[in-house]
Design a binder for this molecule. Structure first.
Ligand code: ADP
Ligand code: MG
Length: 259
């Protein structure tokens, strides 16, 4: 069964730049996929299309059998949570309040505007904080936490939404190596234990290989590799990280060093 279906998707921005040049892919329910590629490959654009933050110029995106369009955007988004590189927390609010905002996607406009939460929402928040190991920080201000802890709050907020899918755009790009490991491990555990479909954008080859079931390699708006982590050969990495007109590229050296 596939949760996310991308059919002939193209994306041309108003300035004429074509960031996605025909993407076809299916992402299976409960799988852990990493989208790997150099900066500018189109990873973020593709992820943003999966929750309707961007609309395709051509083709279609379906989540759990529903094709994304203006009319059902809100309904579909309930099932799709986002985790961001810069965490996107409300810094002066408590950790628990930040996690509670994950419930807003499930609420009416009125409830959202007035921050009306139910007891059920508090229980879900408590549970989400326990899952990410931050029970004792519930009433700390979000900006008092370390980067790794802030990203855990971001993940707890995603969990509180009770999503089918979590999309994470470079979730460890702002973190040190130890915290990066922890965050990737946490996402992996959420995939395995809760059966939530996880899609992570990364540029670190080593993390992709260790945590993903499947790697989709992108370059210049196209899928240039699609396979299991074990199939990511040095040749495949060359294809993913090659740059037109550039003979020698540091990002390729870096990628190969981890291969
Ligand atoms: N709003 C926009 N208008 C024009 N070009 C954009 C816009 N957003 C992204 N791009 C361009 O599209 C390409 C892909 O961007 P992005 O999806 O952010 O790549 P990645 O996440 O892989 O680094 C880049 O060349 C970027 O400059
Ligand atoms: Mg990006």
């Amino acid at each position: 069964m596939s949760t996310i279906s991308i059919e002939s998707v193209t994306k041309r921005f108003p300035n004429g730049f074509e960031a996605l040049k025909g993407i076809n892919t299916e992402i299976a329910a409960g799988s852990f996929t990493v989208i790997l590629g150099p900066s500018g490959a189109g990873k973020s654009t593709l992820l943003r299309l999966m929750n309707g933050l961007e609309t395709p110029t051509g083709g279609s995106v379906s989540i759990a059998g529903e094709t994304l369009g203006k009319a059902n955007l809100r309904k579909v988004r309930v099932h799709v949570a986002m985790v961001f590189q810069q965490f996107n927390l409300v810094e002066r609010l408590s950790v628990a309040t930040n996690v509670l905002t994950g419930r807003l996607a499930q609420r009416s406009w009125f409830g959202s505007v007035f921050y009306l939460f139910r007891n059920e929402d508090m229980d879900i928040t408590r549970e989400a904080l326990a899952r990410v190991g931050l029970t004792d920080k519930a009433w700390s201000r979000a900006d008092k936490l370390s980067g790794g802890q802030q990203q855990r709050v971001g993940i707890a907020r995603a969990l509180a939404q009770r999503p089918k899918v979590i999309l994470a755009d470079e979730p460890v790009a702002s973190l040190d190596p130890v915290s990066s490991e922890e965050i990737m491990g946490l996402l992996r555990e959420i995939c395995d234990r809760d059966g939530i479909t996880i899609v992570v954008n990364l540029h670190q080859v080593d993390l992709a290989k260790r945590f993903a079931d499947r790697i989709i390699g992108m370059n210049s708006g196209r899928v240039v590799f699609d396979g299991a982590s074990a199939e990511l050969s040095p040749q495949a990495l060359r294809t993913i990280y090659q740059r037109e007109g550039i003979e020698h590229d540091n990002s390729l050296d870096l990628a190969l060093a981890y291969a």
